[in-house]
Write a protein that binds this ligand. Sequence first.
Ligand SMILES: Nc1ncnc2c1ncn2[C@@H]1O[C@H](COP(=O)(O)OP(=O)(O)OP(=O)(O)O)[C@@H](O)[C@H]1O
Ligand SMILES: [Mg+2]
Length: 751
Amino acid sequence: MMIGGKEIEVMGIISPDDFNSGRCFQFGGGCSAILSSSQAAKKCFSNPFKSVCKLSSKENKQNSFQSCKPRHDPYAPRIHLENESFFWLLRNLGRSTENLPPDSLVMLRPDKNHQWLFNKNCFPVVDVVIDPHLVYYLRPHQKEGITFLYECVMGMRVNGRCGAILADEMGLGKTLQCISLIWTLQCQGPYGGKPIVKKTLIVTPGSLVNNWKKEFQKWLGIERIKIFTVDQDHKVEEFTKSPFYSVLIISYEMLLRSLDQIKNVKFDLLICDEGHRLKNSTIKTTTALISLSCEKRIILTGTPVQNDLQEFFTLIDFVNPGILGSLSAYRKIYEEPIIISRQPSASEEERELGEQRAAELTCLTGLFILRRTQEVINQYLPPKIENVVFCRPGALQIALYRKLLNSQAVRFCLQGLLENTSHLICIGALKKLCNHPCLLFGSIKEKESNSTWDESEERNLYEGLMNVFPADYNPIMFTEEESGKLQVLSKLLAVIRELRPAEKVVLVSNYTRTLDILQEVCKRHGYAYTRLDGQTPISQRQQIVDGFNSKYSSDFIFLLSSKAGGVGLNLIGGSHLILYDIDWNPATDIQAMSRVWRDGQKHPVHIYRLLTTGTIEEKIYQRQISKQGLSGAVVDLSKTSDHIQFSVEELKNLFTLHESSHCVTHDLLDCECTGENHTGDSLEKLPVSRNCQLGPHQQKSDSLKPLSMSQLKQWRHFPGDHLNLTDPFLERIRENVSFFFQNITNQTTAI
Ligand SMILES: Nc1ncnc2c1ncn2[C@@H]1O[C@H](COP(=O)(O)OP(=O)(O)OP(=O)(O)O)[C@@H](O)[C@H]1O
Ligand SMILES: [Mg+2]
């Protein structure tokens, strides 16, 4: 037949199933054909390798096993599942488990196809056994993770591909899993026991370089493995010249600067920590890493990777180049049909096609992506008491808030008369005001002294505002009473100090200026503090973290800028975490909260999220827990409010101050309780009225996902003047609080 001037001949017929799934477009035939080599071997190579390695010959087998033994005993008795929990229980109780049988963790043996491909020298096949020294400490999910990573990088899961993405949620010990893998591959291999890896490159955000080194030392001591970390005083050349070191740890920034030297080294394994930053193929870091010839690549990330199909492609293509074909083919086969199928206007046919393509994509990539949620370690963690605290605004805050809402700038915004970004300036001013009026005062003064003041948009916003401040207002002499949240914070710190003198607090804000105020509060009350923000030199960060976590440190408070240091940090020295302000992106807040409730934490963890009642902060919170907050790729740290589009209706809602409500969020929950007696219902009892919006395949409980309205409804609800507040911390701050939500996870002897 003729199509578009071309003569076409039909060579074969594609089954509807193959077309709908997109399988027919895949190189090698898609998910079902890419497969692990064991299955592939069964299909393609029934038994053509009798002669290869001659493994079937008994004699040869015996000889080879005699000369070549596994490094550790693979037959050490394995602990049964029920014993295993007993084992963990003993360990958690600090009891000796030395007399219990040692556990052995043995990796999958390569199949014949793998041997044919990778064992050209016909070495005897030897069991690869994880060092019992490490196995002793590994959690069950970590054992599974190490097995997974081993199979991926050995090319046993996807024929000829050696990449993996470990996307476990925060705090699950991705670092330990990688360390175990590196240590194993550096000492062992399935063919004649020959090590698989000589040199490993670990690229990580600057603030975590030393954390990696510390983790290596924690799990392997300083003798077993030699680690080199790159910093100002230790250059890559030193690593290159010395045969001594086998692992190079470097920050993403340093990597770019030292790329030429790094290219001179042959790395066998590449690990990119917090690797979701490679989601954009055009940024320099990604191109630099792609240019390294190492084919065993692992991305570690706590952020779900499937939210944006473009970014997903880049990450997949980085670890297993070419597995999804070209970008343009990927777009046609997967991205377009999937996106179309999710639009409300999609026809039944489009919806089905999109779903099948999505299923095929998940199946294909699921072979080398592993994600477990925090639930798997909950049982090892102490109780967590989360509180959302609605603080009454101070009188000055209310007066200024009203004035701002009446400004010409806000009115123009609501009439749609101003440019797109003007509302962001108004929102910024309201957020500052909620933190403390002196921040707003400072901004106005700064702008006024600027030569462009007369034409600036801020002028329309700030006009007449100075008259609301007392005539002799001095921002340096700010008082706690001027801000509802600061008053609550101050009382909270005092009660923690009094009731739990040995415990410490992590105090988080997104703004450096706000941290300055909080720092001043620490000084005024004589609280010892330490601080980590964007300006803290990378070389000092680990030291600051270690200092705080040490039981000998006298620091009471850790001031943390969530944007600067949120990801990857372990702040288990603190057991109280206070989020002083709220971000549009729930991921920023969730990241910060996960810094203290993690493995190693000894005390019950108390989390306080402070919001100013009736203000924009409540609106942002509502957005986080509502449908809008969940849709799209919001669970991504790089997304800021600049990405958010607001309708005029939404802006109207944002720019309203609810002065008479105790808690607008509670009013919106449609909760029958009057706030008097609602002490939360167990999740089993209540039908979950509205599930998460991200689609059925994403619904598995995921603690990175923001709380939903229906979950919040199941928390405990108390008005500030509730008579029976059993929590002594809340009791002390109630005077300035209009409403509380509270939830307790892992409740045993909490509070
Ligand atoms: N099996 C274990 N037993 C005790 N502590 C552990 C274990 N595994 C990990 N840890 C500790 O848990 C903490 C968190 O681990 P790690 O920093 O590797 O988490 P992560 O998965 O990288 O999280 P994030 O995504 O936040 O970076 C570390 O202090 C680590 O030493
Ligand atoms: Mg980490």
